[in-house]
Design a protein around this ligand. Structure first.
Ligand SMILES: [Mn+2]
Length: 313
């Protein structure tokens, strides 16, 4: 029964019809039958400013009905190679942050147990922390972070440690991520403090700000990223605010002067030598979106990531 799971056929059921799932894949809850799974994490309790990312999974499912089966450059399909399905949404508690972190970790522990590789749609960026707590339970892994913010700040509002601005500081402190195998790309925007990124640099994290990216050029930047990641197990986290708000306005903490979607697609394609054991696309906030354009960006980027993880691009 290998590789028999396919999106609903677009020539018999119109792409705008039927119940929306990620890429029109069936919803299958039995992880044992899957190589990869796509999962929503509808939670934004770590948001410090404009909320709404809890609505991301549902709108990305809707927008993803526009994404077809084959990668436009390779002409390959991840669905020909692997069993992949929408597994529904991760359980969360919209009114309790600590309980949500526990629930998300538990859900991903179960995914890890079956060796299924998860691609998650958030949700705010704090969801990456409980996911990493599950996926890196056997030891630290590498990390590629596409983002306009480092998300390695220490705390907010008098020592509160868990927000969408702090997940990767916690991930390093908890030995979930090896800072020497961690590269962040696209950092820009005004800072709370000139020392905002100092801690991450001191740990050995490779930071490529957007200015450095353009100074280096595409090829040199990708060389640096791929050299850091190597082929050790790593996680890919894609914050949609790394994209310029011209293309992706539906996000809680927009930063102008960012990447185009086209640039992001090329960047992700160049990561297909890496060994990703999981990925997420986060911070899509439909209440701030215009004509669902950010959800479409999220869905299209999620397909690029799926093709990179399955090496079908
Ligand atoms: Mn972020």
């Amino acid at each position: 029964m290998k590789n028999k799971i396919k999106p609903t056929e677009g020539m018999t059921t119109p792409r705008f019809a039927d119940v929306a799932t990620f890429f029109r894949l069936p919803v299958i809850k039995d992880l044992n039958s899957l190589d990869y799974c796509i999962c929503g994490v509808p939670w934004d309790g770590g948001t410090t400013n404009r909320p709404g990312a809890r609505h991301g999974p549902r709108e990305v499912r809707n927008a993803s009905s526009l994404v077809r089966l084959y990668h436009p450059v390779s002409l390959k399909s991840p669905y020909d190679k692997f069993n992949i399905a929408d597994i529904g949404d991760c359980p969360v508690n919209p009114i309790d942050l600590d309980d949500s972190l526990k629930r998300i970790r538990k859900f991903y522990m179960n995914i890890k147990k079956t060796d299924t590789i998860p691609l998650s749609i958030g949700g705010d960026h704090l969801i990456s922390l409980p996911i990493l707590r599950a996926l890196a339970k056997d030891g630290p892994i590498g990390l590629f972070q596409f983002d306009s913010h480092s998300d390695t700040w220490d705390s907010y509002f008098g020592g509160y440690k868990y927000t969408h601005g702090t997940p990767f500081r916690r991930a390093i402190e908890e030995n979930l991520v090896d800072p020497k195998k961690y590269v962040m790309l696209g950092i820009r925007g005004s800072l709370y403090d000139p020392a905002d990124m100092k801690w991450a640099q001191e740990q050995g994290v490779t930071i490529i700000t957007i200015d450095e990216y353009y100074n280096n050029g595409f090829e040199k930047s990708m060389q640096i990223i791929n050299d850091v990641l190597g082929d050790t197990p790593a996680y890919l986290t894609f914050d949609v605010d790394g994209i310029d708000p011209t293309f992706a306005p539906g996000t809680g903490t927009p930063e102008v002067g960012g990447f185009s979607v086209r640039e992001a697609q090329l960047i992700i394609r160049q990561l297909n030598k890496a060994n990703f054991v999981g990925a997420d696309v986060v911070e899509i906030s439909p209440p701030f979106d215009l004509n669902n354009m950010t959800s479409l960006v999220g869905a299209t980027i999620a397909f690029e990531i799926l093709c990179t993880m399955t090496k079908t691009n």
